[in-house]
Design a protein. Sequence first.
Length: 562
Amino acid sequence: MELSDLRKLVQDIGHRRMEPDAVEVKAARHDTPKKTWDSLSAFANRSGGGVILLGLDESQGFAIVGVGDPQKAQADVANLARDEMEPPVAVEFTVDEIEGKVVMAVEVQETSAAQKPCYYRPKGLRGNGGAYIRAGGTDRPMTDYEIFGYISSRGQPRFDEEIVPEAGIGDLDASLLDVYLDRIRGASPRIAPLNGRREEVLTRLHVCGADGPVAHPTLAGLLMFGKYPQEFFPQLMITFVQYFGVTEEERTPRGDRFLDNQRFEGPIPEMVDRAEAYILGAMRKSALIDGLFRRDIPEYPREALREAIANAVAHRDYSPFVRGSYIRVRMFANRLEIQSPGGLFGTVTVETIEDDHSTRNARLMRMMEDLRIVENRGSGIRAMIGALREANLEPPGFNDRRSSFQVSFHNHTLMNPPAIAWLNRFAAHSLNDRQRLALVYLRHHDVINNGDYRRLNRVDSMSAGQELRGMVEAGLIEQQRVGRWTTYRLNISRDEATRPEPETSEDKIMAYVREHGVITNRECRELLGVKAHGAQYLLIKLSRAGQLKAVDEKKLRKYVLP
């Protein structure tokens, strides 16, 4: 870390009076903090590592209080990282004098995936709180499942190959197997000569496994070809909940907690197809008139939804730890979330998810690939991002919580008329289209980093960094944090950034229906101050566009959301 970066970090924390997720502040005014190993463990296990900042006091509003004995503090932390952490933690020190007091930054390097989790040896790995993880700006002890997740990522898990002793070959759907075997025989010449020896073929393909003289389905085989897999594993399913607002707490005008609640079961091919079709049907649609035909455009692209659901099924954790957990799809007014049990596997991180590929469930993935449910070429994430980009939506959000992984789609169109009108305030600045898109992204999000910019604009890391720095120099955004933890935010207030542009008449009508559930011609006239024919024109226009639906009740026409 450069001295200028350290000063910037201290200034930023003092100004915001809060610790970034990648920074832990400790006072060290009188002596080296007694409990530093928790932060060493947490940052060593964190993607990208982190910084322990000594010499600031959180209890005094992050005031600079100085490190009492810098030489001793540096030696203590270095010895702790080298001699008492397993594996040893690589640290780098940067020391500076600010306001006449010594401040020290300890950069903690991330431990390699093959050695995680890093833990404090005297406490041990399990049971005594020796392994930590960073969550919400604090260090907390890892759960047994989080420790298991790291350890299992070191090799190839085989939970999908385990036989299900309670099930027999009769619990598999013969018609599904016929389709699968026909496809396999056409693609694998070594399988073709085994015609008529069905059980041997199924065993070689790991659809079944032998328990002595008796064959039983494997977990992968049962999930893919079972007549009803949930008879044996009730929670290995997909659920869908549609909420009224943008949080789970918001209720409908009638007081209901949600608008829809469904679950999808059966073998994986059927479960994925049914979930995809139903969720597409639940989405809002916009109408596109193409010649003589009308085409409905779903709120989120079908390809992106399909990839997210299929990936959740293929990559979720099927270990006994979480076989009681299901895949959750939640639709809010402003976003769609797909959450699956188990964090990212192997060396894949949120930052490298587009390029790195690591398969937790190798046998299940192969079966899904053979049936063309997934490609297993590492291209699914790129296809998802591409589909959203073509729909003029922002890239998906990825959140690896170690015990679960979540993909989020947001339904606001980035370059819509209000966004373009908002961008006009920056017309005096020389910006390219990528930088303008980043400004609109920041209108909806608190921060952007280099990875977000790359994913948004399909540029390399160097170009992203140069263009973000150009926006900083223009005074449009401000840099937060430093080094690999650098983020950027709009250089205007959040209220100013999100202040809506003047509403159109159509916007006011839609806002009224979303609030009240229905609108009539009379209510439209009162809302807009127009005459009956003007209100009728707008209501019919929105109805033809698929944004409203006309409902006749006792000779009174009302308009509701479709």
